[in-house]
Design a protein around this ligand. Structure first.
Ligand code: OFO
Length: 170
Protein backbone atom coordinates (compact mmCIF):
# COMPACT_ATOMS: atom_id res chain seq x y z
CA UNK A 1 0.00 0.00 0.00
CA UNK A 2 1.30 3.43 -0.93
CA UNK A 3 1.58 6.14 1.69
CA UNK A 4 -0.31 9.35 0.89
CA UNK A 5 3.01 11.18 0.44
CA UNK A 6 4.34 8.65 -2.07
CA UNK A 7 1.01 8.53 -3.89
CA UNK A 8 1.08 12.33 -4.26
CA UNK A 9 4.70 12.27 -5.46
CA UNK A 10 3.93 9.58 -8.05
CA UNK A 11 0.87 11.49 -9.23
CA UNK A 12 3.12 14.52 -9.59
CA UNK A 13 5.37 12.41 -11.79
CA UNK A 14 2.35 11.32 -13.87
CA UNK A 15 1.72 15.01 -14.62
CA UNK A 16 5.38 15.55 -15.52
CA UNK A 17 5.43 12.63 -17.98
CA UNK A 18 2.17 13.88 -19.53
CA UNK A 19 3.67 17.36 -19.89
CA UNK A 20 6.80 15.84 -21.51
CA UNK A 21 4.66 13.97 -24.02
CA UNK A 22 2.79 17.16 -24.85
CA UNK A 23 5.99 19.23 -25.14
CA UNK A 24 7.57 16.77 -27.59
CA UNK A 25 4.35 16.58 -29.58
CA UNK A 26 4.50 20.37 -30.07
CA UNK A 27 8.17 20.08 -31.12
CA UNK A 28 7.28 17.30 -33.59
CA UNK A 29 4.57 19.44 -35.15
CA UNK A 30 6.96 22.41 -35.50
CA UNK A 31 9.62 20.19 -37.11
CA UNK A 32 7.07 18.69 -39.50
CA UNK A 33 6.07 22.18 -40.61
CA UNK A 34 9.71 23.01 -41.31
CA UNK A 35 10.06 20.01 -43.62
CA UNK A 36 12.27 18.20 -41.09
CA UNK A 37 10.46 14.90 -41.47
CA UNK A 38 13.12 12.76 -39.76
CA UNK A 39 13.26 15.04 -36.73
CA UNK A 40 9.45 15.12 -36.63
CA UNK A 41 9.28 11.30 -36.74
CA UNK A 42 11.83 11.08 -33.91
CA UNK A 43 9.89 13.59 -31.78
CA UNK A 44 6.50 11.98 -32.44
CA UNK A 45 8.03 8.71 -31.28
CA UNK A 46 9.56 10.40 -28.25
CA UNK A 47 6.17 11.90 -27.37
CA UNK A 48 4.59 8.44 -27.53
CA UNK A 49 7.32 7.07 -25.27
CA UNK A 50 6.61 9.73 -22.65
CA UNK A 51 2.97 8.68 -22.70
CA UNK A 52 4.11 5.11 -22.05
CA UNK A 53 6.17 6.40 -19.09
CA UNK A 54 3.02 8.06 -17.76
CA UNK A 55 0.93 4.90 -18.21
CA UNK A 56 3.53 2.80 -16.43
CA UNK A 57 3.19 5.12 -13.40
CA UNK A 58 -0.62 5.13 -13.55
CA UNK A 59 -0.71 1.34 -13.51
CA UNK A 60 1.80 1.12 -10.67
CA UNK A 61 -0.09 3.61 -8.48
CA UNK A 62 -3.39 1.76 -8.98
CA UNK A 63 -1.83 -1.68 -8.48
CA UNK A 64 -0.37 -0.51 -5.16
CA UNK A 65 -3.75 0.61 -3.82
CA UNK A 66 -3.48 4.30 -4.71
CA UNK A 67 -5.54 6.36 -7.11
CA UNK A 68 -3.75 7.55 -10.23
CA UNK A 69 -5.12 10.93 -11.20
CA UNK A 70 -5.14 11.97 -14.85
CA UNK A 71 -3.86 15.57 -14.90
CA UNK A 72 -4.87 18.69 -16.85
CA UNK A 73 -2.35 19.75 -19.47
CA UNK A 74 -0.85 23.19 -20.02
CA UNK A 75 -0.12 24.46 -23.50
CA UNK A 76 3.56 23.72 -24.20
CA UNK A 77 5.87 26.01 -26.23
CA UNK A 78 4.87 25.78 -29.86
CA UNK A 79 7.42 28.13 -31.46
CA UNK A 80 11.12 27.44 -31.79
CA UNK A 81 13.97 29.41 -33.31
CA UNK A 82 15.75 26.42 -34.84
CA UNK A 83 16.27 22.69 -34.62
CA UNK A 84 19.13 23.33 -32.16
CA UNK A 85 16.70 25.33 -30.04
CA UNK A 86 14.42 22.27 -29.99
CA UNK A 87 17.09 19.91 -28.72
CA UNK A 88 18.38 22.45 -26.20
CA UNK A 89 14.85 22.85 -24.83
CA UNK A 90 14.51 19.08 -24.77
CA UNK A 91 17.74 18.68 -22.77
CA UNK A 92 16.72 21.45 -20.38
CA UNK A 93 13.35 19.76 -19.90
CA UNK A 94 14.90 16.34 -19.31
CA UNK A 95 17.34 17.77 -16.77
CA UNK A 96 14.36 19.13 -14.81
CA UNK A 97 12.61 15.75 -15.09
CA UNK A 98 15.72 14.03 -13.72
CA UNK A 99 15.68 16.34 -10.70
CA UNK A 100 12.02 15.54 -10.09
CA UNK A 101 12.69 11.79 -10.35
CA UNK A 102 15.58 12.10 -7.92
CA UNK A 103 13.19 13.87 -5.55
CA UNK A 104 10.74 10.94 -5.72
CA UNK A 105 13.58 8.45 -5.14
CA UNK A 106 14.74 10.47 -2.16
CA UNK A 107 11.23 10.49 -0.70
CA UNK A 108 10.99 6.69 -1.15
CA UNK A 109 14.09 6.28 1.00
CA UNK A 110 12.80 8.67 3.65
CA UNK A 111 9.45 6.83 3.73
CA UNK A 112 11.19 3.42 3.60
CA UNK A 113 9.11 2.46 0.56
CA UNK A 114 11.59 0.08 -1.06
CA UNK A 115 9.07 -1.28 -3.58
CA UNK A 116 8.49 2.13 -5.10
CA UNK A 117 12.20 2.86 -4.83
CA UNK A 118 12.86 -0.25 -6.93
CA UNK A 119 10.16 0.71 -9.45
CA UNK A 120 11.67 4.20 -9.83
CA UNK A 121 15.08 2.81 -10.79
CA UNK A 122 13.77 2.24 -14.31
CA UNK A 123 13.11 5.99 -14.57
CA UNK A 124 16.55 6.80 -13.19
CA UNK A 125 18.22 4.75 -15.97
CA UNK A 126 15.88 6.15 -18.58
CA UNK A 127 16.88 9.72 -17.67
CA UNK A 128 20.59 8.89 -18.11
CA UNK A 129 19.83 7.62 -21.63
CA UNK A 130 17.61 10.54 -22.58
CA UNK A 131 20.01 13.21 -21.37
CA UNK A 132 22.94 11.49 -23.12
CA UNK A 133 21.01 11.26 -26.38
CA UNK A 134 19.99 14.94 -26.24
CA UNK A 135 23.62 15.96 -25.59
CA UNK A 136 24.86 13.85 -28.54
CA UNK A 137 22.31 15.42 -30.86
CA UNK A 138 23.23 18.95 -29.72
CA UNK A 139 26.95 18.17 -30.28
CA UNK A 140 26.16 16.97 -33.80
CA UNK A 141 24.11 20.10 -34.54
CA UNK A 142 26.95 22.29 -33.27
CA UNK A 143 29.33 20.51 -35.64
CA UNK A 144 26.94 20.96 -38.55
CA UNK A 145 26.48 24.69 -37.88
CA UNK A 146 24.89 26.34 -40.92
CA UNK A 147 25.75 23.54 -43.36
CA UNK A 148 22.46 22.67 -45.07
CA UNK A 149 23.82 19.38 -46.42
CA UNK A 150 24.81 18.39 -42.90
CA UNK A 151 21.37 19.27 -41.60
CA UNK A 152 19.76 17.18 -44.34
CA UNK A 153 21.82 14.15 -43.28
CA UNK A 154 21.14 14.77 -39.58
CA UNK A 155 17.41 14.83 -40.27
CA UNK A 156 17.59 11.72 -42.41
CA UNK A 157 19.53 9.85 -39.69
CA UNK A 158 16.91 10.71 -37.09
CA UNK A 159 14.20 9.24 -39.29
CA UNK A 160 15.99 5.92 -39.10
CA UNK A 161 16.81 6.05 -35.41
CA UNK A 162 15.12 2.89 -34.24
CA UNK A 163 13.42 3.12 -30.89
CA UNK A 164 15.31 5.91 -29.18
CA UNK A 165 15.02 6.52 -25.48
CA UNK A 166 12.30 4.58 -23.71
CA UNK A 167 11.97 2.00 -26.48
CA UNK A 168 12.12 -0.70 -23.84
CA UNK A 169 9.30 0.79 -21.76
CA UNK A 170 6.75 -1.75 -20.58
FE1 OFO B 1 9.92 10.20 -19.26
O1 OFO B 1 11.59 10.39 -19.85
FE2 OFO B 1 11.75 12.07 -20.65
O2 OFO B 1 10.78 13.13 -19.62
Amino acid sequence: MLSKKIEAALNGQVAIEAASSQAYLAMASWAENQGLSGTAAFLYRHSDEERVHMLKLIKFINERGGHAVVPALKQPSTKFRSITDIFQSLLEHETKVTNEINGVVDLCLKEKDYTTHNFMQWYVSEQIEEEALARTLIDKLNLIGNDKGGLYLFDRDLEGTAGGPGATAA
